[in-house]
Design a protein around this ligand. Sequence first.
Ligand code: V47
Length: 366
Amino acid sequence: MHRRLQASNLTDIADKLDAGERLTLDDGRRLFDCADLLAVGWLANRERQKRHAGRTFYNHNIRLEATNVCVASCLFCSFARLKPGDPGAYTMSLDDAWNKLRQRMDQPLTEVHVVNGLHPDLPFSYYTELLQGFKRIRPDIHLKCFTAVEIAFFADLYDMTDERVLRELMAAGLDSLPGGGAEIFAERVRRKIAHDKCGTKRFLDIHRLAHRLGLRSNVTMLYGHIETAEERVDHMLRARALQDETGGFQAFIPLAFHPDNNQMRKLPAPSATDTLRVHAVARLVLDNIPHVKAFWIATGVEVAQTALWFGVDDLDGTVQEEKIYHMAGARTPEAMTPREIERLIRAAGREPIQRDTLYNVVAHAS
Ligand code: V47
């Protein structure tokens, strides 16, 4: 590999990694430009091995999108409907939402992951009661709910500070924040694809605040549309800078753009090689975020499996009921059982570990 790194002009980057030095914007750009994808993957795999050896984490979880009514008009979104009553718009009653959990009392779930549209008419009590109801049904379930974009929207709509929103949701049972809504932090791109929702500064401020209040969170990056390689690395560096301050991010999750049924449908979906590279570069640049997750619903199962040799150590989980990607053309299944996930991790030559949201080991694969 030494020769190969030399041929790709990556020796200085490999040396930096050996010395525990940080990669720069320019290093990240070079990793995106490098023709030898396997050399980049080899470096990322080395970092993965140092942190996690062959361990690969997944979670027994469910996904719930309680409403797709959304006042924002992000160009990449196929899920949102502007107003209640628009074709395809839905808002679950609290009972319908709770039933999604009640129906699965036979499953040893550890997490409910909620992402919603930005609904203009629901009362704040809808969200607090949603959380309280989940905890009544399963007191030990971890509630990973509402992106920072939703938190900002609640604060503006209900005339509260971001801190008060978080505190009231925590009192109702909120345990952590998911990483959605990050898209691309660079203003040039964000202005174009997500112009009418919370901006980058507020997004990161809310994660900083959440971390200060004791919540953990994740951070995503939507790639494969109009962003440049430099803007991808810039996005990673902004996440890395906040992580230096707080240490509160658990996982970085690149999300592959899906072009069906949205306003950017003329763009092609990112290729498998691009997906592998994005995950690998994330592992190399984000030296302070413990986990790099391949969201298999978005990458495709086979690419997620391959990514386990390109820096990835986490596959999210069983998911169930996912809508955002399936409405945007994803052909992956809507759910996998723990057995299926474990089988595909083992088939990739890795060791499956069932985790809870905070990465405590739940049960070793038998
Ligand atoms: O923020 C929406 C993305 C995100 C499309 O924290 C799209 O563990 C691709 O954030 N093509 C929501 N992506 C999902 C999300 C997530 C997923 C898995 C795990 C975690 C976690 C968080 O989905 C949105 C947006 O970036 N998205 N539409 C689309 N057409």
